[in-house]
Structures are given as structure tokens and as C-alpha cells.
Ligand binder design. Structure first.
Ligand SMILES: [Zn+2]
Length: 433
């Protein structure tokens, strides 16, 4: 059985794939396709660069750089302005006064913990310039001007960089994404995208493969958004699933198959993230509390008390309250024919009431053990026309496809990504130790 969380041993497995294209120097596993906006993903513009976040270098004291020094420091918990300045090697009393008192430098004094400050000083510790990113993503520059200092802001220089990673599952998904060097946000996103088709708790197999094209957004060299996936392929048990991100139809965009079908299902497979099924759907099982054989017409998800329970599809709440063995239960109607049931809850979402519209993924309550439950878990039922069905097995309807109006725009985008995924698949995949 594959587990998702044991990273340490798998770090050693070194199962690392990367794409070699003819001109690429073997400097590392980080490959990136140049800086191209979503609309300009032609393969001809592919440019490989080795990614290194470009921060000002700490200049060596060479003649060429006329003895100016860059330092990067982060604001630490409990830091005073004086302490930060000291670490930045700023020994210039004019600069220190300015940074401590000038109204226009106020944002410097309010920098949050972990914020990075870059400072350029001369050999004597005089401040030449200092910069940092404000909360709005704009860069603040404080620099020498005449005898004093001035502060200005400049618009953030946003850079979007596309990365590609491929990996193969040896022991667990996260071991593989970790080995491939994917940021955690992108790894999580990958499982969300395909969660309608692949049950990541049960369906993963050794040898499953993935290819992910994702975007990292940098503002003046600082990472501000990690890992929005633009396209991905997941080969699970020999079956390839593909998804392309497209922004045309919904405000936040969505993922579609290359044919334009939504990869989202009208129903999530699981109302809980990261849980395990402790008891599946069965027509006859030994009841853990009653100790008799009974049908179990739902699926139990073991999870700690208080874990968020999410409604698996858009719908209208039809019941909130206590009911026999279910304990505290929420029932939701969807599209007329479907009902989902969430039992044994410790609490309901604040204000939840009968008749309320809820959206897929919205939290409706919290895991508990009310009613007939031997331990904390969610009892989840999926009913079609009033009949309980196994939610892990039933074929779920899809969410909305790409609209007719956007079909052409979508198709050209999808084709370029498919070409890219094919290229990656067909290019010589070099396996490094
Ligand atoms: Zn149950």
C-alpha cells in the first residue's frame, strides 16, 4: 500500500528524472521554459534556462565593483531596526537616522518577520541603496540622494517562469514530487486536479508517472506564487489523464482535459482531505458498536475530531440536526437526484441551515463521533434517487466543459500543451542515478 507522507527514506531513492534537450547543459534538474505568458506557449519559443533566483550578489572586493557590498537579511522575530541595520552592516549615521525616523521610510520600520531586505553599502558601511518588497508586491527603494536619502517605490517586476518536472512513483506520491524538486504547493495542486479520476489514497501504484508544467511567479526575484500548474499528465495504472489550465470560463480558471471536458467532477470523491477510509461500503459487515452483522451503506473516513468536512458538490442543505445512529448529521440535495449525507459530526459550520445553498468544497461541519460511532470518523453516504450507493465506485457526473464561445481559444492553448507533454514524453528521458 502506498503511503503519502514518509519522505525521509524516499529522499534517498534518488529517483530523479529530468528532460534532456540537446542544448541543455547538465547543471541540475531544474529546467525551465523561458518567460512566456500563457498566450504565447509555442514550442518554437522554448528557451531553456537554469533557474536561479537572481538576487544581488554579495560583491567581492574587486576593483571592478568599486567596493560596494550587497547583503541580504531577513527581518527576524524581535528584531529592532538597529539590529537589522547592524546585520546589514550599515554604519552610516545619516542612513540610520533616516531609516529610524523619516516618515517616507515608515514601511521599512513595519517590515514583517521573514521579509527580506537587500542593502548595498560601501566599504565604510555607508548605505548606497536598500530595497525590499512591500505587501502590495511593489519594490521600495531607499537610496542616497545628495547629502541625504530618498524613498521611492517602483512597480513590481513580475516574472512568470514555467518549470517542468517529471517523476515516477516508487513508494509514495510526495516522495516522488519531492525527488522531482516540485514545490509542495504544486504537488498538492497535482492531487487536487486529478482527484476526480484518481483516488490518491488507493489507486496509486509503483511505476505511475507524472509530468507537470507549472508556473512560478517572482516579483523582483522573490517568489510570490509557487506552483500554479498549467498542464499536467498523470499516468495511473497505465491510464493517462491530462489536464490543462484555462481561464476563459471561470474567474479563477479551471482545469480541463485536452478535449475541453472539465476534470472536476460534479462530486468530490472524498469530503475530507488526507484521510483514510476506515470502513468501506458493504452489504454486510460486523458493526463495531452493535457487534452484529449489518449492511454499511456508506463510507467511513477516519479523521481527528474537528477535521473539516466539505460538501462534495454544489447543492442545497436539506437537513441539519440529530438523527438516530447518524448523530449530528447534514444532508445536502444536488441536482434533484443526488443526496449526500455527513454523519457523526461534532459540530456544524456556523449558521448552517436547511435551505442554504452550498458550493462544492465548502465546509459544512466537523468530524466527531456523535450517534453510533466507535471512534472519531465521518460517515459519508451518497444516494442516487434515494438509494445508497458506493461513492468510491459510482461513476460521477462531470462539471461544466469549456463553453462554446471559448472553444477555439482553449483548443489552441490545449494543443500547445499537449505538444509539449508529448515532447517531454518522447524526448530522451535521462534517469539520474
Ligand atoms: Zn459509517
Amino acid at each position: 500500500m502506498l503511503t503519502q507522507n514518509s519522505l525521509s527514506q524516499e529522499r534517498k531513492m534518488k529517483l530523479r528524472w529530468f528532460v534532456t534537450l540537446s542544448t541543455m547543459p547538465l547543471l541540475g534538474v531544474l529546467t525551465a521554459f523561458g518567460l512566456v505568458p500563457q498566450s504565447d506557449l509555442g514550442l518554437t519559443s522554448t528557451k531553456l534556462t537554469i533557474e536561479e533566483i537572481a538576487l544581488p550578489k554579495v560583491a567581492a572586493n574587486s576593483a571592478a565593483v568599486a567596493a560596494s557590498f550587497w547583503r541580504n537579511e531577513r527581518m527576524q522575530r524581535g528584531d529592532t531596526v538597529a539590529e537589522l541595520l547592524q546585520r546589514l552592516n550599515i554604519q552610516d549615521s545619516t542612513a540610520i537616522d533616516y531609516l529610524r525616523t523619516a516618515a517616507e521610510a515608515e514601511s521599512f520600520r513595519k517590515l514583517g518577520i521573514g521579509k527580506e531586505v537587500q542593502a548595498e553599502t560601501d566599504a565604510a558601511g555607508g548605505l548606497i541603496s536598500l530595497r525590499y518588497l512591500g505587501d502590495n508586491g511593489a519594490q521600495t527603494v531607499i537610496e542616497k540622494k545628495g547629502d541625504g536619502y530618498a524613498t521611492r517605490t517602483q512597480a513590481a517586476q513580475l516574472e512568470k517562469r514555467l518549470f517542468v518536472r517529471t517523476g515516477e512513483i516508487k513508494t509514495s506520491l510526495y516522495a516522488a514530487t519531492d525527488a522531482a524538486g516540485m514545490p509542495e504547493a504544486a504537488a498538492n495542486r497535482l492531487t487536487e486536479i486529478f482527484s476526480g479520476d484518481i483516488d490518491f489514497h488507493h489507486d496509486l501504484r509503483r511505476g505511475d508517472k507524472f509530468t507537470v508544467v507549472y508556473e512560478m511567479t517572482y516579483s523582483n526575484g522573490e517568489l510570490i506564487d509557487a506552483g500554479r500548474i498549467q498542464a499536467a499528465e498523470f499516468i495511473n495504472q497505465g491510464h493517462a489523464y491530462r489536464a490543462v489550465y484555462f481561464q476563459g470560463d471561470t474567474p479563477n480558471g479551471d482545469y480541463y482535459t485536452p478535449e475541453g471536458k472539465s476534470v472536476r467532477k460534479a462530486f468530490l470523491r472524498s469530503p475530507i482531505e488526507f484521510s483514510r477510509v476506515s470502513s468501506g461500503f458493504s452489504n454486510s459487515r460486523l458493526h463495531p458498536v452493535l457487534n452484529t452483522w449489518r449492511a454499511h451503506k456508506g463510507v467511513d473516513f477516519a479523521a481527528p475530531i474537528g477535521t473539516k468536512v466539505k460538501v462534495t458538490s454544489d447543492g442545497v442543505v436539506s437537513m441539519v440536526g440529530k438523527q438516530g445512529g447518524y448523530g449530528n448529521v447534514v444532508m445536502v440535495n444536488h441536482q434533484g437526484r443526488f443526496t449526500t449525507v455527513y454523519g457523526h459530526l461534532s459540530a456544524y459550520a456556523k449558521g448552517l441551515h436547511k435551505g442554504q445553498r452550498v458550493a462544492q468544497g465548502e465546509v459544512i461541519g466537523y468530524v466527531g463521533m456523535t450517534g453510533l460511532a466507535s471512534g472519531p470518523h465521518l460517515h459519508y453516504e451518497f444516494r442516487i434517487d434515494g438509494q445508497q450507493r458506493d461513492p468510491l465506485r459510482v461513476a460521477l457526473p462531470d462539471a461544466q466543459p469549456v463553453s462554446a464561445a471559448n472553444k477555439v481559444a482553449f483548443q489552441s492553448l490545449a494543443d500547445s500543451f499537449v505538444a509539449r507533454l508529448n515532447l517531454l514524453r518522447n524526448t530522451n528521458l535521462a534517469k539520474v542515478d
